[in-house]
Write a protein that binds this ligand. Structure first.
Ligand code: IPM
Ligand code: MG
Length: 373
């Protein structure tokens, strides 16, 4: 029997290309795992009206971790139009399967390291080592949305003094998306960020919010951060508004270490951080819960490149590194990261984004060759 059981979910578009790259490296490391293929993605939405079928949830309940390639998400009308004709009238509504996965298995922490590896020509600067902690199940992602606004909700909202300006807006001309954050959600992600900072020697944790305007939700996050920070005397808590943060990250990114944010702000700021270290081809991520973790590169499915093996697999290989870490395979994780770093530094095998002509799988082979003994 293998030591680990890993759900294997290529998903959409280039997901398959980068998962093949992952397999090359895992095999080269003799990683002792059974890989269980699991269906997820756009084709299952189109053909059966569910991008995350129950059988996949069942598989995920019985594995140690999951590796996930990429997902296609489209807005409501497009999703509806691509549904199989016989499913059109069944009232099915598309919901992003990765967002559902995060919520279903309470994968509450999204860990997104963004490190500038020496020799990467795409680095914005070479001295960057940022790590984004993104709350992963709450906030504007809860999916409690209304359009049109129900009469009963409108009645309740009329009690709010600031609602008066909408009194004359027809209910069908209004849309409401709820931002919901809990104290526990805030405390957990902030604690994870501080624990990581402590373990890895970061001097600061920056909470990225907007409490000057979004007083209750962002306010809860910042107030909770101040409480949690008390337990970590050697680490400074910095508070920065999301808009200013976007500016500071372009101006002085080297000043920052660990960042922590609610779900949507974390989503935005993690793409910005990714670009500082070479773009989405270098951005790994882990969706981490207490019992399960699903690892996926931050990039999307880039359908136009699907099957062309052009995509830079580095994001996926660093994602595998995060998975190894989480499984407790620390030495293997370090070995893999060093092989990635060595390959980047050598600069001989580069995908198109880095100005090279190598394929996805050639880069993975190069990393495998650099694993050493
Ligand atoms: C990400 C992606 C997802 C998100 C999409 C694909 C739903 O942008 O993982 O950052 O918004 O969380
Ligand atoms: Mg995103």
């Amino acid at each position: 029997m293998s030591k680990y059981k890993i759900a294997w979910m290529p998903g959409d578009g280039i997901g398959n290309d980068v998962m093949e790259a992952a397999k090359i490296v895992l095999d080269a490391m003799n990683f002792d795992a059974e890989y269980v293929p699991a269906d997820i993605g756009w084709e299952f939405w189109c053909s059966e009206g569910d991008a995350l079928p129950q059988r996949t949830l069942d598989i995920l309940s019985g594995v140690d971790a999951a590796l996930f390639g990429a997902i296609t998400s489209k807005p409501k009308e497009e999703a509806q139009a691509e549904l199989a004709p016989e499913l059109q009238d069944k009232g099915l509504v598309y919901a992003s399967p990765i967002v559902r996965l995060r919520q279903h298995f309470n994968l509450r922490t999204n860990l997104r390291p963004c490190k500038a590896y020496a020799g990467n020509p795409l680095n914005f600067r070479d001295d960057l080592d940022l790590v984004v902690f993104r709350e992963n199940t709450e906030d504007l992602y809860v999916g409690v949305e209304y359009h049109p606004v129900p009469e009963s909700l409108n009645e309740e909202l009329k009690k709010h003094p600031r609602w008066a300006r909408f009194a004359d807006t027809p209910l069908e001309d209004m849309a409401i998306s709820l931002r919901v954050n809990t104290r526990a959600g805030c405390r957990n992600i902030i604690t994870d960020a501080f624990e990581y900072a402590k373990k890895h020697g970061y001097k600061t944790v920056t909470v990225v919010e907007k409490p000057n305007v979004v007083r209750e939700t962002s306010g809860l996050m910042v107030r909770t951060a101040r409480e949690v920070a008390q337990n970590y005397p050697g680490i400074d808590l910095w508070e920065t508004n999301i808009d200013a943060m976007a500016m500071w990250l372009v101006k002085n990114p080297q000043n920052y270490g660990v960042l922590v944010a609610t779900n949507l702000f974390g989503d935005i700021v993690s793409d910005l951080c990714a670009q500082l270290v070479g773009g989405l081809g270098f951005a790994s991520s882990g969706n981490i819960g207490d019992d399960l973790a699903v690892f996926e590169p931050t990039h999307g499915s880039a359908p136009k490149y699907a099957g062309q093996y052009k995509t830079n697999p580095t994001a996926m290989l660093l994602t595998v590194k995060l998975m190894l870490d989480w499984l407790g395979e620390g030495e293997a994780a370090i070995r893999l990261e060093q092989a990635v770093a060595k390959t980047i530094a050598a600069g001989e095998v580069r995908t198109y984004d880095m100005g090279g002509t190598s394929t996805t799988l050639e880069l993975a082979e190069a990393v495998a060759a650099n694993l050493g003994d």
